[in-house]
Design a protein around this ligand. Sequence first.
Ligand code: IPE
Ligand code: IPE
Ligand code: MG
Length: 247
Amino acid sequence: MDLKSQIDINNLPGHVAIIMDGNGRWAKQHNQPRVFGHRHGVRAVREVTESAAELGIKYLTLYAFSTENWARPKLEVDTLMRLLVDTLSKEIATLNKNNIRLDAIGDLQRLPSATFNALMDGIQSTRNNSRMTLILALNYSGKWDLIQATQHIAAQVLDGTLDPESINEALIQNNLSTHGIPDPELLIRTSGERRLSNFLLWQLAYSELFFSPVFWPDFSKEHFYQAILDFQHRERRFGKISEQLVK
Ligand code: IPE
Ligand code: IPE
Ligand code: MG
């Protein structure tokens, strides 16, 4: 039986987050420069976005560029930023056709202006779509997110509109870049690495983690279905014991 038909559509993760990793190693395997891997990674983005929307997943967050990635060779960073502009301008029509809304999290103001503008155009032109939200994490890091949330909260305390006693989980949640978006139930990381690399630190507090050995450019719909099926076979206890759960 094919994998897709085994998926229980009544038990889907509402939000899937993915650390798309392994483009460079994939390129090396093919005796090509690293940027060749990034270009091929776009195919996987398209496939996974399409399969997530088809299944009925409401939010898909893709880690596309971390705060730490600025430390890579300039040629690679420049190529990635240009690839983003090209891909965004090419794919916006497809997103609209499929009723997918584009959003972004991260310190976006610090992106090169061409990348920032392409992103804003995409967000603007897809803003009324409702089937799924595709969130790109760009110049994002989990620590950055917590810092900017803390700055907002501190400013409210300073101007007297917030009592420190009323700081709670919901307030912190509301000041994160992901406000209004439910936490991911499932995190996927490709390429065999088993770390978070400063991704959604707060938001992943209770997420199920799925590590795939496949390099991102080779990640297909079938691999994505496998991750969803694996998620559906897990028992999420949230601190309770198995017998307490309503099955
Ligand atoms: C992920 O692939 C893409 C980005 C971080 C932009 P990598 O470029 O990290 O590929 P590896 O990990 O070097 O193989
Ligand atoms: C994490 O991948 C960032 C993105 C996928 C955008 P990296 O390849 O940069 O992570 P590390 O450096 O191996 O931890
Ligand atoms: Mg990597």
